[in-house]
Write a protein that binds this ligand. Structure first.
Ligand code: AAL
Length: 403
């Protein structure tokens, strides 16, 4: 084997060889030694969790970051126990939810090892009907600031409709076990009518960065999304106190894709796990300044609604260590908002403190059950349509060889 490029791939970009666009990118965008040499690349492995009993009409989803306080792991999540499954906006009542996260509360669980969890019960319960946030409290995330604990979560004061419109509010406690004192008002409100986030402030994700509270969130114009309007993106709102005021970055949106986005301090910047939606879905991104994110790797089967274990989420020391596990949720397509969700654990290697080549492999090949499961299998009605249109669409192979 020749010992010259491209047979040999030097770490430094060759100057004595005309490079194709793809090989230019290998050096300018990616990593000459591919994923194995990419600190921002990992695959993800999943574990069923013990400790969360499965019952009809009981749903657990949108886990927070995982904290470890005196050796005990904590996670907060949306918990719904209703008499009936989600039944759509028209069928919703005071006891029948419209969607999976309607009529929800914020519950929490604890664990000694991160695999076996014990559900502890409610952290933030819904206030009486008519009060702010009485309809649903969900999609929590946690901040620790000056020794106190703060939960940020979505608060709905009416039945959740298609636009999924809501602000973010907060509750505080002196201990991860509560009791939690709800603020009873929004801390981050949807933007003005003409703004990109004029309807939804979702998935609050606070970190401490540069000594301030950087709360990342998903924003959307709700019912007006799509067409010439933005669908959804990620923004950041910054404050010097947990109750705010939060100032939205003038650069928002700072991530053009993603749904529930997990973030963590990395070196002197912030990294993000972007999944599900948008042109840059299924990527790990990095912003050396916390706001200007660049795509750093393309990933496969990322965790949905990732709540990573981030020991230095609040260290703000400019030396972020990265992550290698967390919790996420599973709610299959086509059921999604209309059935129960479960929590699961993901493991990966996006950490500067672990070196697990097992997670740096790519070439993931899935078994047939994966391809023919309901979400990936071609639905009968689409097959019927393809068959109907086949004569118009499929042309005979052009055998007129170019002489
Ligand atoms: C989730 C999150 C938010 C949305 C809904 C519940 O995946 O993006 O929390 O409102 O879906």
């Amino acid at each position: 084997m020749a010992d010259a490029f491209p047979a040999k791939i030097p770490l430094d970009k060759p100057t004595d060889y005309k490079l194709s666009a793809a090989m230019e990118r290998m050096y300018d965008v990616w990593n000459p030694h591919e994923d194995a040499g990419n600190e921002f690349y990992s695959n993800f492995k999943y574990t069923r969790l013990e400790g969360f009993s499965r019952q009809p009409n009981v749903s657990r989803r949108d886990p927070s970051k995982v904290l470890r306080i005196e050796g005990r792991y904590y996670v907060w999540y949306s918990y719904r126990r209703t008499e009936a499954p989600p039944s759509g906006y028209q069928q919703a009542t005071d006891t029948i939810p419209s969607v999976d996260w309607d009529l929800a509360e914020v519950w929490y669980a604890a664990s000694g090892d991160g695999f076996h969890w014990v559900e502890q019960g409610p952290a933030v319960t819904r206030p009486p009907k008519g009060e702010f946030g009485w309809r649903s409290n969900c999609t929590p995330d946690i901040l620790v600031w000056e020794g106190k604990y703060y939960l940020y979560y979505q608060a709905y004061s009416k039945v959740i409709q298609g636009g999924d419109s809501c602000p973010v509010t907060m509750a505080e406690a002196d201990s991860p076990d509560g009791p939690w004192r709800a603020l009873g008002r929004p801390v981050i409100e949807p933007g003005a009518d003409e703004d990109w986030d004029c309807s939804c402030i979702h998935d609050p994700f606070p970190l401490i960065y540069n000594g301030r509270i950087y709360l990342y969130y998903k924003g959307s114009p709700g019912q007006r999304r799509g067409g010439e309007n933005i669908i959804r993106a990620q923004g950041v709102a910054i404050a010097d106190q947990p109750a705010g005021p939060f100032e939205k970055s003038p650069l928002n949106p700072v991530i053009n894709s993603g749904h529930e986005t997990g973030l963590w301090p990395y070196k002197s910047g912030i990294a993000a796990l972007v999944s599900l939606d948008g042109v840059e879905k299924n990527t790990v991104q990095y912003a050396p300044d916390g706001v200007n994110f660049e795509v750093k790797s393309l990933i496969q089967v990322p965790p949905v609604a990732p709540g990573p274990f981030v020991p230095d989420a609040f260290a703000g020391n400019g030396d972020g260590r990265g992550i290698n596990w967390g919790l996420c949720h599973i709610n299959p397509d086509g059921g999604g908002a209309m059935n129960e969700s479960i929590l699961a654990r993901f493991d990966c290697d996006l950490s500067r403190d672990t070196d697990r080549p097992f997670f740096k492999r790519n070439n993931l090949r899935f078994d047939e059950d994966t391809y023919f499961q309901r979400v990936l299998a071609l639905p009968d009605e689409m097959q019927d349509r393809i068959m109907r249109e086949r004569e118009q669409i499929d042309k005979d192979t052009d055998l007129r060889a170019r002489r």
